[in-house]
Design a protein around this ligand. Structure first.
Ligand code: FAD
Length: 493
């Protein structure tokens, strides 16, 4: 006897979108969230709430943000982010590995799904500041990332929680699913540990939306490789790979880039897991306007290879590979105003100096003599004859360096100088479960496992090597909505 039509395992954005879609189809729905209320909401709660969504101009933006003021419209160039651009970005950054069927859904359903979230009570605003710089009185958006939920990730989870409650969806906190109930034919529920007590919850369909394995150092080392046990986890401590493990245990097919993950430059003294009081502010994403040096005092990556949105998720790995797993980002007076707000938090690992020599002495763990040589060579190589413009790939580059800087190169010669210490912050893992375009989890013969669905981080096949910023929430929303509808349809027969 089923307790519910649909059981949703997880309490983040993918889980909420699943639950809301299932409820919309008339299903009775329970969400099982491993975290207690004060830590609930998964990685989604740690985000800025930025969502990558297709729009063909201001008219689409007005549908997502109907309360834009006339002044905002007059002073903003939103540009466009077409389906073709989103397709191209997904193909390019994943080196043409992403599953085209999943990408097609992600891209073509993104706008429709964000508007559906609006109908469910989620509000959005443009990402002024982070995604648009003001030049000659006008903001210009760049990088295909234009809207975020009101109140960021915490706001998103709050709005989704209220919406779920309004729809009569039950949410059980401190309830960790441990195993699937499966008789070899159909999944009929989950085993749980609910506030310390073992039990079972029975349902006609189960949707796994309980995240990747990034918070599990043993799995990280096993699948991402040696050294990944040393990475800091940017978000929730609750995503330890349970959903993937439970599904594999009944014969589900693994899929995607199991040795890959989204990982960024993150404060070197950040705690082992994310801290909700700080949210995403341990990240240090203004490196395209800076340079990064390692313990040897050398640059090791093209900081300006592309817009931040297309490099940040792969540069965490590059930092992890440096000696001691750290780097310092170097700014001077000219580039300081381009820093994002996260550079101002009190818990930033920061040093300041009035000369480069003094700065060199303060960069913990860095060879000072080589650092000074690196800066001198870099300053000489900057093409100051090319105009600097942070809103476009300006081609203001270095010439003649072994590791070039391709855009936004500025000399580092005006005091005060600043260094920010970063290490690798792991966001989420890319490997996961194989699903159909209806969100069904398939077995090793690629046949759907009756009663089992998946959405969000634990879906494999979408992201490889890298990731276009803002796709995680969009993926959770699009595939959550699909999985929730399919699970409800199957449950209601
Ligand atoms: C600091 C940070 C900033 C980010 N910024 C952005 C951004 O601005 N835009 C963007 O698109 N993406 C961003 N991301 C990525 C984004 O958070 C994820 O891609 C997305 O939130 C994943 O949603 P999800 O619902 O699959 O997982 P989550 O939101 O992590 O939800 C998983 C849920 O499952 C629960 N759970 C885990 N195991 C169990 C179990 N066994 N039983 C029951 N429940 C369980 C967890 O407690 C959690 O509630 C960011 C991530 C971090 C960490």
């Amino acid at each position: 006897m089923a307790d519910f039509d649909v059981i949703v395992v997880g309490g983040g954005n993918a889980a909420f979108c699943t639950a809301l879609a299932a409820r919309e189809k008339g299903a009775s729905v329970v969400m099982l969230e491993a975290a207690p209320l004060d830590e609930a909401g998964g990685n989604s709660r740690f985000t800025a709430g930025s969502m990558r969504v297709v729009y063909n101009g201001i008219e689409d933006i007005k549908k997502i943000v109907p309360d834009l003021t006339a002044q905002e419209i007059a002073t903003t160039d939103f540009g466009t982010y077409t389906q073709d651009q989103f397709f191209d970005d997904m193909a390019r950054v994943t080196q043409y590995r992403a599953n085209p069927d999943l990408v097609e859904l992600l891209v073509t359903k993104s706008l429709d799904t964000v508007l559906w979230m609006r109908d469910k009570g989620v509000r959005f605003v443009p990402i002024y500041g982070r995604q648009a710089f003001r030049i000659e009185g006008k903001f210009k958006f760049w990088g295909g990332l234009t809207v975020e939920s009101v109140g960021g990730g915490p706001g998103l989870i709050e709005m989704e929680t209220q919406s779920a409650k309004r729809q009569g969806i039950e949410i059980r906190y401190e309830t960790r699913a441990t195993d699937l109930l499966y008789d070899g034919k159909r999944v009929s529920g989950v085993r749980v540990r609910e506030r310390g007590e073992l039990g079972e919850v029975r349902g006609k369909s189960v949707v796994l939306a309980c995240g990747g394995f990034q918070a599990n150092p043993e799995w990280r080392t096993r699948y991402l490789g040696p050294g990944w046990d040393l990475a800091k986890v940017r978000g929730t401590r609750f995503n330890a790979g349970d959903g993937i493990r439970m599904a594999l245990a009944i014969g589900a097919s693994p899929c995607g880039n199991w040795s890959g993950c989204h990982a960024v430059g993150w404060d070197m003294n950040a705690p082992e897991f994310g801290d909700l009081a700080v949210g995403d502010q341990f990240q240090k994403h203004s490196y395209p306007f800076a340079i990064m040096v390692n313990a040897a005092g050398k640059r090791f990556v093209d900081e300006g290879a592309d817009f931040r949105n297309y490099t940040y998720a792969k540069y965490g790995r590059v930092i992890l590979e440096q000696p001691g797993q750290f780097a310092w980002q170097i700014f001077d007076k000219k580039t300081k105003p381009l820093q994002r707000d996260e550079y101002n938090i009190r818990r930033a690992t920061k040093v300041t100096a009035n000369t480069l020599e003094e700065l060199a002495e303060q960069l913990d763990g860095v060879d000072p003599a080589q650092f000074l040589r690196t800066i001198a060579e870099y300053n000489k190589a900057v093409r100051t004859d090319i105009p600097f413009n942070p809103n476009v790939k300006d081609g203001r580059r270095t010439d003649g360096l072994a590791i070039p800087k391709s855009n936004w190169a500025n000399t580092i010669d005006e005091p005060p100088f600043e260094g920010y210490g970063v290490t690798c912050g792991l966001t989420f893992t890319f490997g996961g479960l194989r699903i159909t375009t209806d969100g069904e989890v398939v077995d090793l013969d690629f046949r759907p496992i009756p009663g089992l669905y998946a959405a969000g981080e634990l879906v494999g096949g979408l992201f490889y090597f890298n990731y276009p910023g803002g796709s995680g929430l969009t993926s959770g929303a699009v595939f959550g909505r699909i999985a929730g509808s399919s699970a409800a349809r199957a449950a209601k027969g």
